[in-house]
Design a protein around this ligand. Structure first.
Ligand code: NAX
Ligand code: K
Length: 511
């Protein structure tokens, strides 16, 4: 599924209207009737239409096309016996374009209306609110009556269904302005807007549904849309990958690759364990976990399925380096970093693995901290798959900006970093972004806040390694791992609904 910016959406709208010739009023009619259907469906499934009187919905109307959608929705709702009241943010004469036409129709039909600010609103008389104040044409924080209306609507405690995006949400970044509507459902029109699947949008939009309005999805390809939502349909149609395909009968462990895990230290051996187990659970035929000799005895027998390899002395001693290079070269994929710790000369050590081997690498945790202290732009570009899996703090260090800057523009920052360094970047956090070196970016809808727990990232790094080892291209392996990891986390969370007690082992168990 495509994910678009406000500007991309506007360009496609204009194309459909001006070049193809579908009248703007037709698109708005489709948008409004889709919203009305969602309001009725919500009323039905939430018992709002159960009383003796018809359900009462307030429709908040802004002056642009978003308001126009709300006016059409009001008309369709009225036709279906819903008791609607229009609440204009500004006086109806100020509505523009298509919205003005819809306002004229609503006036002639006699749909009851109030102009906000002319008399107090009795919110208790309504069962729900449609938010059609501001859409993709909104700029900056809601001003004047828009801000006041949003605050009152939120304070009413009524369920709010937003048209296209919650008013006050930045459609592109998902950063909520003050104030911002907090919706129970958002009816995205034609395409998902980026803000709905990033940062604040995930909290403010409620359940997000995408409804067609007469703009065909493949138009996004013509317009070069490069951002996608992960899901089974995308895996099948774009990646030609079926996550449910059973294994073939005539295969053996060698068929499924061999992951080398370079991880763990005395204080953080668990990170290596979780990572190795996850690589196995993702289907890698074999996993070897390598660590300095001194750490090895304590781990013998802890995971019988994982092979252990010891290095003489410490990571950076010459004998250890030589043995490590040999191990990396003889395995299909290497995952470096979970619980590794830092040590003198670690930047040279990592650069040696980066330059002197051509095996696929997954870099996580301390490997990313090492990279952040080095100057990656002076390192050679790798020809083989290289995947970085930073959380926002690690990404901030890699890109040398603040964490809040990263969070304000996750998709574009991830995309430009991946392009510039020609690698695959997994920017973790709610709505994880996978950015490929070809400029495509994928957003993950699975997962939950219960997964914000130590070790969850080690599991993900291991899973990516496990899928890479089975021969998937880097972006496919990263996308599938991220999606499966989140889905496993969702199943684990279903057993511990508050989210607080979920731990990384639970995610592993659900794979
Ligand atoms: N043909 C189209 O372009 C279609 C547009 N559609 C709807 O139209 C929306 C976009 O419509 P518009 O481009 O008219 O813009 P909006 O309706 O989002 O905003 C309209 C007006 O609000 C005012 N405004 C902007 N920022 C503000 C702020 N911070 N505080 C207060 N007022 C502010 C401006 O005067 C702006 O013109 C979409 O989100 C969607 O809901 C749909 O009807 C489908 C077709
Ligand atoms: K809206």
């Amino acid at each position: 599924m495509y994910v678009v910016t406000a500007e991309e959406m506007q360009k496609m709208d204009r194309h459909v209207i001006d070049v193809i010739g579908i009248p703007a009023a037709v698109l708005m009619e489709n948008a409004g009737s889709a919203i009305a259907r969602d309001v009725q469906e919500y009323s039905r499934t939430h018992g709002i239409d159960k009383g003796k009187r018809p359900p009462r919905w307030a429709i908040l109307v802004g002056k642009g096309n978003n308001g126009g959608d709300g006016l059409v929705a009001a008309r369709h709702l009225m036709e279906n016996g819903v008791d609607v009241t229009l609440l204009f943010a500004q006086s109806p004469e100020q509505l523009t374009g298509e919205a003005a036409r819809q306002q004229e129709i609503a006036r002639r039909l006699g749909i009851p209306s109030i102009v906000y600010g002319t008399s107090p609103v009795d919110w208790r008389s309504f069962d729900g609110i449609v938010d059609a104040l501001l859409g993709t044409g909104s700029k900056g924080a809601p001003r004047g009556p828009y801000a006041d209306l949003i605050r009152e609507a939120n304070a009413s405690g009524l369920p709010i269904i937003s048209a296209d995006i919650p008013s006050g949400l930045d459609a592109d970044t998902g950063v909520p302005h003050d104030p911002c509507i907090r919706a129970v459902r958002t009816v995205a029109l034609a395409f998902l807007k980026r803000g709905l699947v990033q940062t604040g949008g995930l909290d403010k939009a409620g359940e997000v549904v995408v409804r067609p309005i007469g703009i065909w999805p493949s138009l996004a390809d013509t317009f070069g849309i490069q951002t996608f939502l992960l899901g089974e349909q995308l895996f099948r149609e774009r990646f030609r990958l079926d996550p449910r395909l059973p294994r073939q009968a005539d295969t053996h462990k060698g068929t499924y690759g061999h992951v080398l895990v370079v991880a763990g230290s005395r204080e953080m051996s668990g990170a290596g364990l979780l990572c190795s187990k996850a690589a196995l659970r993702a289907g890698s035929g074999l996993v070897t976990w390598v660590m300095p000799d001194a750490l090895l005895p304590a781990l013998i027998g802890h995971v019988p399925e994982v092979m252990l390899a010891g290095l003489p002395g410490k990571w950076n001693l010459p004998e250890a380096r030589a043995k490590l290079i040999a191990l990396v070269r003889s395995r299909s994929v290497t995952v470096i970093g979970p619980g590794l710790g830092r040590f003198p000369g670690d930047a040279d050590w990592l650069r040696m693995l980066w330059e002197e081997t051509n095996s696929p690498l997954v870099l996580d945790a301390d490997a990313l901290n090492i990279l952040a202290d080095a100057d990656l732009s002076s390192w050679p570009k790798r020809e083989t798959p290289t995947i970085l899996t930073p959380h926002p703090g690690e990404m901030a260090r890699l890109a040398n900006v603040t964490t809040s800057k990263i969070q304000q523009n996750r998709i574009e920052l991830a995309r430009s970093y991946a392009r510039r360094h020609r690698l695959t970047l997994v920017l973790k956090g709610a709505g994880t972004v996978v950015a490929a070196p070809d400029g495509r970016a994928y957003i993950n809808p699975t997962g939950n806040p219960g997964m914000a727990t130590g070790g969850a990232g080690d599991v993900l790094a291991g899973m990516i390694g496990g899928l890479l080892a089975q021969g998937l291209p880097a972006d496919h392996a990263a996308c599938l791992a991220v999606w499966l990891h989140g889905s496993a986390g969702d199943r684990a969370a279903a057993k511990r609904p508050s989210g607080y007690s979920l731990i990384a082992t639970d995610i592993l168990e659900e794979l």
